[in-house]
Design a protein around this ligand. Structure first.
Ligand code: GLA
Length: 417
């Protein structure tokens, strides 16, 4: 491998994602640190120590997974549980996001409880192509694991305003033309569609292109989108879906093309997503589905709000997936004011509350199963979740296995529904 592109990930530390009323999830900065953390690149301390994380864009540009020793955790309890994927197979697939280290640490957990995988980071443009020559080794490792074990994959993601290499938008150190970028994007989409045609059955063609600011539909250059900036507007979204449809026609006619975002449960954000889908379709551009990421918390959103969001998307003749489910134990953060709830212990009461909350959302998913293609968790165990470092370094317990990889009450609750 050559030297790193010094402009890699220029937008990672500048993630500005608008605001929502207090108590609801709003996304802010430092997602790259979370990515580095879940990839195993940061030292893990409990609670996470901010000084362990690179504090500059420069320092954050090398998201290479370390290869940790296989886990020495005891998986007897989790393997004794009935399969989560089998429990829900009549309704939808059950997926999880993985890094390569999950494949060596807990392969049996993956194949027993899940029938679908998403590469948490390794199919994103930045990690794949931080050099001008892309390196598919880690993405291939995940795809090969899925192939070998008869699992399906969700492809994540062709276009995002974060985690992309600086060179993609430049030539000779200067901003390059829209035409050059568009050709690079097309080549990338064709390569990925072809390479993973046998295992990826849906792609997040575009991720998080909608603005959270009132009165503004699309995330623009000011909100950190190099795509919007380079194309001079939301035309890049159209280009990406057009390239994806052409790549699908050439390599994988059955693959589904999705738009993916967070907070689509909020009516004002959903309205913009639907406006975008209608705009694309009015020009003959194919969009098959919408993914609600599902980065929720222990109180928000309500079951009826989740149901309403799914219904409204389905009414647009869209498939729906929950693509990145995790349920934070912190419901009182005020993202607008950047005021965060102090770290909490995961008490037995909280354990029960989280279990009830997972049961509540899965009841809604069950009712809406006819339009839901998959429920994918954003990770497996609480020691490896981006929420330990976002929106700040603070212990969180959002997933189904605890830090010791033992099944939580939430796991049992959704098996027993
Ligand atoms: C967004 C992205 C994911 C991931 C999370 C944070 O939701 O879509 O790929 O980076 O942020 O872990």
């Amino acid at each position: 491998m050559g030297s790193l592109d010094s402009a890699a990930y220029p937008h990672d530390t500048a993630r500005v994602m608008g605001r929502v009323t207090a108590g609801k999830l709003v996304r802010g900065t430092a997602v790259v640190l979370a990515a580095l953390n879940t990839m195993g690149c940061l030292k893990r301390k409990e609670p996470a120590d901010p000084s362990a994380a690179p504090s500059t864009t420069q320092g954050a540009q090398v998201p290479q997974s370390s290869t940790p020793a296989p886990s020495n955790k005891d998986y007897t309890a989790v393997m004794a549980l009935p399969s989560l994927a089998k429990k829900w197979e009549a309704d939808f697939d059950i997926g999880t996001a993985v890094e390569p280290n999950h494949l060596t640490d807990m392969p049996q957990v993956l194949t027993h409880h899940f029938n679908r995988l998403t590469a948490e980071n390794q199919m994103k443009l930045g990690p794949l192509c931080q050099m001008r020559v892309c390196n598919y080794a880690k993405a291939d490792q995940i795809a090969d694991f899925a192939r070998k074990n008869g699992m399906r994959m969700s492809g994540h993601t062709f276009v995002w305003h974060q985690m992309q290499p600086g060179w993609f938008f430049q030539d000779g150190g200067k901003a390059t033309t829209k035409e050059v970028i568009d050709q690079r994007l097309k080549d990338h989409i064709f390569e990925m569609t072809k390479r993973y045609a046998d295992v990826v059955d849906n792609w997040d063609v575009v991720n998080e292109a909608i603005s959270d600011s009132p009165g503004k539909t699309y995330r623009d250059g000011d909100e950190g989108s190099p795509w919007f900036k380079a194309y001079g507007g939301p035309e890049y979204i159209k280009a990406a879906f057009q390239h994806a449809a052409a790549a699908a026609a050439a390599h994988d006619p059955t693959v589904k093309l999705y738009y993916n975002d967070y907070n689509i449960v909020l009516p004002e954000k959903r309205k913009k997503v639907i406006e975008m889908v209608r705009w694309l379709r009015s020009q003959g551009v194919r969009v098959d589905g919408v993914g609600e990421q599902g980065h929720w918390n222990i109180e928000w959103p309500s079951g009826p709000d989740i149901a309403a969001a799914i219904d409204e998307l389905a009414a647009e003749k869209l498939e729906v997936k929950i693509s990145e489910l995790d349920i934070s134990i912190y419901a009182k953060d005020d993202h607008g004011a950047k005021k965060w709830q102090p770290e909490m212990e995961f008490t037995p009461e909280l354990q029960d509350k989280l279990a009830a909350r997972y049961a509540e959302v899965f009841k809604v998913f069950h009712e809406k199963a006819s339009v839901l293609s998959q429920i994918t968790f954003w990770g497996i165990s609480d020691d490896r979740t981006w929420l330990n470092t976002w929106p700040l370094s603070r212990r969180n317990d959002p997933l189904l296995l605890d830090r010791n990889h033992q099944p939580k009450a939430a796991f049992k609750a959704i098996l027993e529904l």
